[in-house]
Design a protein around this ligand. Structure first.
Ligand code: GMT
Length: 377
């Protein structure tokens, strides 16, 4: 490939949306012939198998008795400078601003070549929760202003960033994406009968189990649905809320109707077991799991916050209601689950929307074009 680029992608390796987007972007660009270098503190879970043109570089952070907090940012900077030199990188693309955008900036200063460009992709909590915290605010603003290019995963996040940090530069919106063809490969891997032996309906939620996801609302919505129709709930993920949620499941006497599946590397097989996906978050800059559910033909019920309305079309591919309105969410879940024709229509519309508006085949070239534009600038 003549115009192949050498790109360093900085991301978190854990089961979170920003790491998934970074990994899927690397996979897509590597397939097109670009040389992709992943810099992370562990191999990202979607990149644990071999991919041609993808190279993993783990960040080393020295520990010393003096350090209460090992300096991750500096280990990352050192790794990026070494990599820029050894691999002749064209671009460092930092996913999640805190602290990756600042580390990329510092690496560029140390490397001291105007040829090397830095790009930051804003994902959500790096702006709305963590970045907005006074202890990070100034650095995040500085890093956004100093990146050669900045993208945001939704129009909402772009606007919110401009307001929150008083940003006067361009932030390009490039939405998250899915591989529209892949679900077909995972179609028969999940057995509905294993979770719902008597033909019960299956509701599903997947997240990092943080308070922002309002998983208690998921459980309470499910409790109301189960009062009306036989149903099961699949809860996927790990995080600080897990014990509290287990306790709530016991208190509401939902017992064996709720399955905790822990972290799962691939959600697609499970989506094919689900009738409905629940994402009633407090905040959501995009809602990648909702898009992944739609890509498998699963409608979504969630909150009308942040970038969710850019992904889910209310009344067509799911329903969105105000945060915490569990009564309305549950009523619409029951209405949809008891109307097979409407459920089927929503399922088809969800799949079509994912395919037509968020297809990797269309979105990845937008990143590629953005890289080329920044390299020329
Ligand atoms: O909170 C999460 O879900 C994790 C977080 C992340 O960075 O891994 O997700 C954010 O980025 C995702 C990928 O761009 C978005 O789909 C999520 O909506 C966003 N989370 C929030 O805004 C709460």
């Amino acid at each position: 490939m003549d115009n192949a680029m050498k790109i360093g992608i900085v991301c978190y390796p854990t089961h979170g949306g920003s790491g998934v987007v970074a990994s899927e972007l690397a996979i897509g660009l590597a397939k097109k012939g670009h040389e992709m270098h992943i810099v992370s503190y562990a191999p990202p879970f979607r990149l644990r198998t071999f991919h041609q043109n993808i190279f993993i570089h783990e960040i080393e952070v020295a520990s010393y008795p003096l350090f209460k907090y090992p300096p991750y940012e500096l280990g990352l900077v050192t790794k990026l400078v070494e990599l820029a030199e050894a691999c002749d990188l064209d671009i460092i693309h930092a996913h999640y601003a805190v602290p990756h955008a600042a580390s990329a900036y510092l690496a560029k200063q140390i490397f001291n070549s105007s040829r090397l460009k830095t790009i930051t992709t804003l994902h959500g909590t790096d702006i709305t929760l963590v970045g907005a915290d006074p202890s990070f605010h100034r650095v995040v603003k500085f890093a956004i202003e100093k990146s050669d290019g900045v993208t945001a995963v939704s129009r909402y996040l772009m606007t919110r960033t401009i307001e929150e940090f008083d940003i006067r530069r361009e932030i390009r919106v490039i939405p998250n994406f899915v591989d529209a063809a892949r679900p077909a490969q995972n179609h028969d891997l999940c057995s509905r009968e294993a979770f719902a032996p008597h033909g019960e309906k299956i509701l599903m939620h997947a997240s990092n189990f943080r308070p922002v996801k309002r998983i208690a609302d998921v459980v309470r919505i499910f409790a109301r649905v189960r009062d009306e129709i036989p149903s099961k709930l699949l809860l996927i993920g790990e995080g600080p809320e897990r014990l509290f949620i287990q306790q709530l499941v016991r208190e509401l006497k939902l017992g064996s109707d709720v399955h905790f599946l822990g972290e799962q590397d691939q959600l697609e097989p499970l989506f094919f077991c689900a009738d409905l996906f629940l994402l009633p978050s407090e905040q959501e800059s995009f809602g990648l799991t909702a898009l992944e559910a739609m890509n498998c033909g699963v409608p979504v019920i969630g909150s009308a916050v942040g970038g969710m309305p850019e992904v889910i079309t209310h009344g067509e591919t799911g329903y969105l209601f105000p945060v915490g309105d569990i009564a309305t969410m549950a009523a619409h879940a029951v209405a949809l689950l008891t109307d097979p024709a409407r459920l089927e229509l929503f399922s088809a519309q969800a799949k079509r929307r994912a395919e037509q508006n968020f297809n990797a085949d269309e979105i990845i070239p937008r990143y590629e074009a953005f890289y080329e534009e920044i390299l020329k600038s």
